[in-house]
Design a binder for this molecule. Structure first.
Ligand code: URA
Length: 439
C-alpha cells in the first residue's frame, strides 16, 4: 500500500485500517514518509476526523514507534500530567517540582509550542544550557536520583509524535481531536507513567472551545489510558483567559519561579494545586485532595519544591543562577505598557488571539524548527469580570522589534470585549473525569 493510497482513503472519508495507520506511523518514525505526504494525511485527518478505533490504533502505533519505558525497577509508581494546550500554561513547571518534593517520582515527556499554545520545552530552554535531550539511561538515572525528570521526544521515545507534532504546529492541523488524543497519550504510554492527570483545556484559547468537545477528548484519552492499565484523571479546566499573567517563554519561567516562591498569581496557583493534588492522591501519598493540598503547600512553603526544580535544572545542564535570580533570564529590549482605552468590565478575552500575538512577537514558530525568541511575550494581569478605569494597565508587551510590538498592541486591544454591566468571573474547573469510560 502506498502513502498516496492511504492519503486518498482519508481524503475520501474512508476509515483507515490498522495496517494503514501502522504503515504511516512507522514511515514517519523511520523517515521514509516525507513531510509533504505526512502533512497531506494530517490535513485529511484534520478535515475528516477519525473514529474511536482509528484513534486508538493511531495512539498505540505512535506509542510503539519507539521504546516503551518500564520504570518499575527504579520506582514503584510514577505519576505524570499533561495539558491539552493553552495560553500561558506553565502549570508543569510548578506542579512537577511540587509533587516530586512530596516524594512522588515524576517522569514526564513534554512538547514544544503548538499553534497558539506555548510548549514546556521551549519555556524551559529559556534557562541557559538546559537540555531536554536525554537518553533513556539518563532519563532512568535522573528519575532514580532526583525523582524528577522532564524530557522531550527522542529517536527512542515516541519519535513519531516528535515529528508529527512539529509538522502540525506549522500546517494548521493542531486542533484535531484524534491528533491531540494520539499525540498526548502516545507520549504518556511510552514514558511509562502509572498514574496520569490530564489537564484538558476548554475555551477560546484551547484547541477544544466547548465543554462537550473537551469532554469527548478527555473521555477517549481516559479510555485509552485505562485500557493500557494506567490510573487516569482528566480535569476540564478553563482556557477563556490566559492562565496566570505571563505569556511567552522566559516570562512564564519567571512567573513559575515566583509561584514556587509563593508569590505567583492566585488563580494560577489554585490551578497548580488542583492538578498536583490529583497526582499526589493517584500516587497514594494522600487519602483526599485536601490532605494532598496541605502536603503540597508545605512543600512550597518550606522551599523544597523550588529546591527540587533547581535540582532538575542542574541535572539537565541548566544554569541554576537563573533559577536563583530570574532577572538573569532573557530580557526583551522593548517593554511597553498597554492601557485600557475605556472604563468597563472585561466581558471576554479572545485568548487564542493573545496566544498568536505572543507567537508573532517571536515566542512561537512560523516554520518547522525555527529558532524562537525566549525573551518576548506579554504580561496581562486582567481577568474576565474585572472592572477597569480608563487608562488602567491592560498588559505589558515585551518585544525585540518595534513593528511586532505595534502589532501585538493592536491584537491585545482587539482581543478584549467590554461590558458596562458586571460580568461573573470564570470558573476554574468544569468537570473531573476518572477511570474507565465508554467515551
Ligand atoms: N499536547 C500534546 O502533546 N499534543 C497535542 O496535540 C496537544 C497538546
Amino acid at each position: 500500500m502506498t502513502m498516496q493510497e492511504i492519503i486518498a482513503h482519508k481524503r475520501d472519508n474512508q476509515p483507515l485500517t490498522t495496517a494503514e495507520i501502522a504503515r504511516f506511523v512507522q514511515g514517519v518514525a523511520s523517515g521514509t514518509v516525507p513531510d509533504y505526504q505526512a502533512a497531506a494525511l494530517l490535513m485529511a485527518i484534520y478535515l475528516r476526523g477519525m473514529d474511536r478505533r482509528e484513534t486508538i490504533d493511531l495512539t498505540l502505533a505512535m506509542a510503539r514507534s519507539g521504546t516503551q519505558l518500564d520504570l518499575h525497577d527504579i520506582v514503584p509508581y510514577v505519576v505524570d500530567k499533561h495539558s491539552s494546550g493553552g495560553v500561558g500554561d506553565k502549570t508543569t513547571l510548578v506542579v512537577l517540582p511540587l509533587v516530586a518534593a512530596c516524594g512522588v517520582p515524576v517522569g514526564k515527556m513534554s512538547g514544544r509550542g503548538l499553534g497558539s499554545s506555548g510548549g514546556t520545552l521551549d519555556k524551559m530552554e529559556s534557562i541557559r544550557g538546559w537540555s531536554c535531550d536525554l537518553t533513556l539511561p539518563q532519563f532512568r538515572a535522573q528519575l532514580a536520583e532526583v525523582g524528577l525528570v522532564l524530557a522531550g521526544q527522542t529517536a527512542q521515545l515516541a519519535p513519531a509524535d516528535g515529528k508529527l507534532y512539529a509538522l502540525r504546529d506549522v500546517t494548521a492541523t493542531v486542533a484535531s481531536m484524534p491528533l491531540i488524543a494520539a499525540s498526548i497519550m502516545s507520549k504518556k504510554l511510552a514514558a511509562g507513567a502509572d498514574g496520569i492527570v490530564l489537564d484538558v483545556k476548554v475555551g477560546s484559547g484551547a484547541f477544544m472551545p466547548t465543554v462537550p468537545e473537551a469532554r469527548k477528548l478527555a473521555q477517549i484519552m481516559v479510555a485509552i489510558g485505562s485500557d493500557a492499565g494506567r490510573d487516569m484523571v482528566a480535569l476540564l479546566s478553563d482556557m477563556n483567559q490566559p492562565l496566570g499573567h505571563a505569556v511567552g517563554n522566559a516570562l512564564e519561567v519567571q512567573e513559575a519561579l515566583a509561584s514556587l516562591r509563593g508569590a505567583g498569581p492566585a488563580g494560577f496557583w489554585a490551578h497548580c494545586l488542583d492538578v498536583a493534588a490529583h497526582m499526589v492522591v493517584l500516587a497514594g501519598q494522600a487519602a483526599t485532595l485536601d490532605q494532598a493540598r496541605q502536603k503540597l503547600l508545605a512543600a512550597r512553603d518550606s522551599g523544597r519544591a523550588l529546591a527540587k526544580f533547581r535540582q532538575m535544572v542542574a541535572a539537565q545542564g541548566g544554569d541554576v543562577a537563573q533559577v536563583d535570580n530570574p532577572a538573569l533570564l532573557p530580557q526583551a529590549a522593548l517593554v511597553e505598557r498597554v492601557n485600557a482605552p475605556q472604563a468597563g468590565y472585561v466581558a471576554a478575552l479572545d485568548t487564542g488571539a493573545l496566544g498568536w500575538a505572543a507567537v508573532h512577537l517571536g515566542a512561537g514558530r512560523a516554520v518547522k524548527g525555527e529558532a524562537i525568541d525566549h525573551a518576548v511575550g506579554l504580561v496581562m494581569p486582567v481577568k474576565v469580570g474585572d472592572w477597569l478605569p480608563a487608562g488602567a494597565e491592560l498588559a505589558t508587551i515585551h518585544a525585540n522589534d518595534p513593528a511586532r510590538l505595534a502589532a501585538a498592541r493592536q491584537a491585545i486591544l482587539a482581543a478584549i470585549t467590554w461590558s458596562a454591566e458586571p460580568v461573573s468571573p470564570l470558573p476554574h474547573i468544569y468537570e473531573t473525569i476518572t477511570g474507565a469510560t465508554n467515551g
